[in-house]
Design a binder for this molecule. Structure first.
Ligand code: FAD
Length: 238
């Protein structure tokens, strides 16, 4: 989390302005009536009052995760550029390989132990990448040999309702595990900032009970690379 603006009080005041009313200045807690208003707004999809609250995250994740998350058009996105940066890249390395699911939409199921030489992740391409740079090739072209598990980072900003839309899709069980981790981390922080609004907006099955640690327990052998996610979200957000 880099920055945020607004609170549940902002949501209530934005809605009450229609009647020329607002929570008295200085009161930062919500009454039951205020909470019921937020519930009503979320239930009936009156989304505009949620659009006055904002947050900014600095996310670090593999390119294949970023490639999925960038599709959320209402969240503003500024990403590191390997045209300009040619420092040694970091790579996400799964500790286990998940099997192909019979249900295509589910993506993966169970664990497999492939004989294929998975050492290719990073190391071969890293060697070629460095050689190309040493031979004078421009970073904007040399980066073509880097794989999808290369780590990238971006600033991600948007309104409370836009982040909730993203989490409703990306915390669901049909979203790829690694992508869910990012969405869930953001969700956990948004819930702390907007404790009344967030649970009303994000209604994914099991979401309120599930915690980041539970997602990690989803596989005994955790495929998350500790280099980019250390279990408490601390590595994801600077
Ligand atoms: C499990 C899963 C699998 C996916 N698979 C694929 C895939 O195979 N290929 C692929 O390309 N994408 C895929 N996607 C991405 C998906 O198609 C959406 O692009 C992505 O989820 C962003 O959703 P969104 O457009 O609702 O989000 P946002 O862009 O954040 O939009 C939020 C909401 O704003 C409104 N809105 C957005 N844009 C407009 C507009 N131009 N005009 C009017 N209203 C608008 C809509 O109500 C929208 O729901 C997948 C997503 C998920 C969750």
């Amino acid at each position: 989390m880099m920055d945020y603006m607004g609170s549940d009080v902002t949501v209530v005041n934005s809605a009450r302005v229609s009647f020329g009313k607002k929570i008295p200045r200085g009161r930062i807690y919500l009454t039951e009536k205020d909470e019921n208003l937020i519930k009503y707004l979320a239930k009936h999809k009156h989304m505009s009052p949620f659009g006055h609250c904002f947050a900014t995250f600095h996310v670090k994740a593999p390119i294949f995760v970023a490639r999925q998350l960038v599709k959320h058009k209402f969240l503003r996105w500024n990403e590191i550029s390997r045209r300009y940066v040619d420092e040694e890249p970091e790579f996400y390395e799964p500790k286990t390989w998940r099997g192909r699911s019979k249900d295509k939409k589910q993506g993966s199921d169970g664990v497999v132990y492939p004989k294929a030489e998975t050492d290719f992740i990073g190391y071969t391409s890293l060697r070629v990448y460095k050689e190309l740079l040493e031979e004078g090739v421009a970073p904007e072209q040399a980066r073509m040999v880097l794989p999808q598990n290369t780590m990238t980072e971006w600033y991600w900003s948007g309104s409370l309702d836009a982040f909730a839309d993203m989490c409703n899709l990306r915390c669901a069980s049909d979203t790829q595990y690694e992508t869910r981790l990012v969405a869930r981390s953001i969700g956990d922080q948004m819930k702390r900032l907007f404790p009344v609004s967030w649970p009303e907006l994000v209604k994914v099955n099991g979401y309120q009970k599930e915690k980041l640690e539970d997602i990690n327990k989803w596989e005994d052998a955790n495929p998350v690379n500790q280099a980019w996610y250390d279990g408490d979200g601390g590595e994801l957000f600077e």
